[in-house]
Design a protein around this ligand. Sequence first.
Ligand code: 5GP
Length: 203
Amino acid sequence: MSNSLVEKRTGIGSGLAFVVTGPSGAGKNSVIDLVMAQLPQLVYSVSYTSRSKRPPEIDGEDYVFVSEDEFVRRIEAGDFLEHVTYLDDHYGTSRSQIKDSIAQGFDVILNIEVEGAKTLQQIDLGGTKVIYVFLAPSSMKELEARLRNRNTEDKSKIQRRLRVAKQEMKALPCFDYLVINDDLETAVRELASIIVAERVRLS
Ligand code: 5GP
């Protein structure tokens, strides 16, 4: 196949950004982890957060964990592409990590809540194509069960996450794709298919 034909595709190596959004507890982390194990040239956007680290999390891999003061300092320095306060904690997407990964030809995958995804839709990422995937739970009941089983929050925090989730579900029409995480394997296959399809899309 000639190179000129290959270049007509958006293609691996041109740096796409895949934003996976949706309610907390829908399974964004699990689906993304499994998709990343399957697909090459995909870099995870490691967000900054001021929330405390949960037991299995690794600083610099799951998040960069910083103090609230450090987070505010970074907002003022313009380090974030977008940032939100979600249930008392701050979360922000690193501008430099996204820029560097895309410049190196990697596709980037972002795991962010809905407000942040909507903010990104208003920002020009220097011509980078951004694809928005909404990952939804099969039902609110299922979401509640997942948040409980996760055992990472107390009852009142789970209730707050559920209230936010109800609002977040309303934003669904803002995005490009819907993946329903009813069955993990199916959700992984669907997200991987979206990524592969976008890579071979004619530019
Ligand atoms: P958790 O505390 O469960 O790790 O994350 C809470 C929510 O914040 C999740 O929906 C997660 O996707 C989202 N989140 C993580 N990092 C970012 C970020 O950099 N920006 C935004 N807007 N949301 C984030």
